[in-house]
Design a protein around this ligand. Structure first.
Ligand code: GRF
Length: 195
């Protein structure tokens, strides 16, 4: 059974969906741990309700990385999933999990990626630029923001009348539809046909 840690800073809708997906019978992995930098983030309550341990570190501890790595190793974590995690991941942690650390970005990278491009900012920029299409990018994580090799993309039309909220909703639907299954296919059970 492969063990997944999810790093999340906020709402945690992706985290919840991934936890639930891997709680279904017959999976070869499970979410062992949620890691966050915000004690008051909704993801903390979601993890608790779903019976998943949640660990909180401060900005400095994430920057340094040593205690986070120590936790991941102690809990036997195989795969690290960034799902709305807003801090930089320490380079030693990225090195330790190279090829086994994945992020989801709510646009079609390289468009609307990079520093400051997260959450609402992304969807507002998409609308302001008059884009006709947007989507999600699931990618490996390296030492640079939104720059690792792309694993999967899915796209959705942006209508001229769409607000940033409309775009956010559409993108969130794509996240819910694909993120857990892509993690499964890529990192947990690559040799198996996934439904
Ligand atoms: C998602 O849009 C994800 O793509 C992005 O941050 C958002 C997190 O949402 N990186 P949630 O916390 O999973 O609800």
């Amino acid at each position: 059974m492969k063990k997944i840690a999810i790093f999340a800073s906020g709402n945690g809708s992706n985290a919840e969906n991934i936890i639930r997906y891997f709680q279904m019978p017959g999976r070869d992995g499970r979410v062992e741990l949620v890691v966050t930098n915000r004690r008051d983030a909704p993801v903390v309550g979601r993890a608790a309700r779903l019976g998943v341990d949640c660990e909180i570190f401060d900005r400095e501890q994430f920057r340094d990385g040593a205690r986070v790595i120590e936790l991941l190793e102690r809990r036997g974590i195989d795969v690290v999933v960034l799902a709305g995690f807003l801090l930089m991941v320490a380079p030693p942690l990225i090195a330790r999990y190279r090829g086994r650390i994945v992020n989801i970005h709510p646009s079609l990278l390289p468009k609307f990626g990079g520093k400051g491009m997260y959450g609402r900012h992304v969807h507002e920029a998409v609308v302001a630029a008059g884009e006709k299409v947007t989507g999600i990018t699931i990618h490996h994580v390296n030492e640079h923001y939104d720059d690792g090799a792309v694993i999967f993309t899915a796209s959705v039309a942006v209508e001229p009348t769409d607000s940033a909220d409309d775009v956010a909703r559409k993108v969130q639907e794509l996240e819910q539809e694909h993120f857990a299954a892509v993690i499964d296919r890529e990192f947990i059970a690559p040799s198996r046909q996934i439904d």
